[in-house]
Design a protein around this ligand. Structure first.
Ligand code: TYD
Length: 394
């Protein structure tokens, strides 16, 4: 295996087995045509980079049927408002702002009132259409050097480029950084946030690994990767979103490092996030986690308890397929996304139901797949008196 951005070897250390597209919610008539790939992960010590060995083509994942809408969580809407406020210190009047993977425009919406020129670039038509309907200028295309070359007024002139939960989706990181380099002004800032390797290791939240998440970054890996293109990591700020994320701030000049950056690097060194050893340890932890959750579910069933799932997240696809949990254990998964309701979960084919169904057909135990939204969900579902559980601590 080669590391996709250096050509140096990638040490494979774990396979999760055959996986479907994490967001490939499917109709019954298409079960026999379902696409699977072998989901293996590896580590490149030179760049401290954790990544998937192989992954489906981006067009298989990000297309007209992509069913993830950022605005589906109230908490996330608020998070993006705060994120937009955070970026203000990097803006001037009449700034040019681009968001890569702008989804339904939840983040860019926060810049609509000011005198900024904004542009979202989003490959999935389903979500881009929602943004356009809400008057967010959006280019429905992949972010790469060939698709941005017509954006004359942004080339070399963009003050701020942002992304959230997107950079880890882009297989050709070299081309992504070249595109950022072409667009960003000399003094410009590139800010992105992604699920954090340190949090995934700590929580054993291996469900962060799925087809879309090609890379799992840390401050060490981001710093090393971007240095190759003369970009410097000047700040790294932990976020609670997605069960533990990191916001990275990069500039062409190194002169203004954030005060906590050293602390983050020290933490990563201490936790050996730059060593294959930590991955081997993570692998053992995943295997133990799988055993424990399967035992727990079997215990519920042996004691006559009924089970359903809550929130048909992308993450749930990894759990269900790795642990082989299907309708033998879980009767249905409820979700708020109309594009998922009436379909079946990828691979294990558990029916997806709406929230009314959940409230009218409550089960004794509920597997919370959106454990990262637990406060918001527990607050809404106070009427549920059974047992919530998950593979991570709730
Ligand atoms: P998220 O953890 O952001 O998903 P992913 O693992 O795909 O990144 O959760 C989003 C999904 O959870 C989406 O399918 C909608 C669903 N959801 C609910 O059904 N109810 C809720 O209250 C919340 C917050 C999410």
């Amino acid at each position: 295996m080669k590391c996709k951005i250096t050509n140096t070897p990638l040490e494979p250390f774990m396979s999760f087995g055959k996986m479907p597209i994490a967001n490939g919610f499917i109709d019954e008539k298409n079960f026999s045509k379902e696409f699977f790939f072998n989901m293996e992960v590896g580590f490149n010590e030179e760049l401290s980079l954790f990544q998937l060995n192989d992954h489906p083509k981006p067009e298989e994942m990000f297309n007209k049927d992509y069913p993830f809408f950022t605005g589906s969580s109230e908490y996330m809407k608020n998070h993006f408002k705060n994120y937009a406020n955070f970026t203000k210190k990097y803006l001037k009047t009449n700034s040019k702002i681009i968001e890569i993977g702008s989804n339904d425009g939840t983040f860019l919406k926060n810049f609509l009132d000011a005198e900024n020129k904004i542009l979202g670039i989003e490959p999935s038509k389903s979500v881009a259409d929602v943004a356009i309907k809400n008057n967010i200028p959006t280019l429905n295309n992949f972010f790469n050097t060939s698709n941005i070359k017509t954006l004359n007024e942004f080339l070399g002139n963009t003050d701020l480029i942002c992304a959230s939960n997107v950079i880890c989706h882009v297989p050709d990181l070299n081309n992504l950084i070249e595109s950022v380099d072409l667009l960003l002004s000399k003094e410009g800032t590139f800010i992105f946030e992604e699920p954090y390797l340190g949090s995934m290791f700590e929580k054993i939240s291996y469900d962060q690994i799925y087809d879309e998440h090609i890379f799992m970054f840390s401050a060490s890996s981001v710093s090393k990767i971007f240095q190759r293109y003369n970009f410097h990591l000047i700040d790294s700020i932990p976020q609670v979103t997605h069960g533990g994320s990191m916001r990275y701030v990069l500039k062409r000049k190194k002169n203004e490092s954030g005060k906590d950056l050293k602390k983050i690097f020290d933490y990563e060194k201490n936790k050996k996030l730059n060593k294959l050893d930590s991955c081997i340890n993570f692998k053992k932890n995943c295997e133990i986690s799988k055993e424990k959750i399967v035992e727990k579910i079997k215990f519920f069933k042996e004691n006559g308890k009924s089970i359903c799932g809550y929130a048909a997240t992308s993450k749930s696809t990894t759990i269900l397929n790795y642990c082989k949990i299907g309708t033998n254990y879980i009767d249905y998964i409820c979700d708020t996304t109309k594009e998922k309701i009436g379909k079946f979960s990828p691979g294990m084919h558990i029916p997806i139901k709406d929230m009314n169904f959940f409230h009218n057909n409550m089960r004794d135990c509920v597997y919370l797949f959106a454990w990262n939204h637990k406060d918001e969900i527990f607050n809404k579902e106070k009427s549920f008196k059974g047992e919530w559980f998950s593979h991570v601590e709730l």
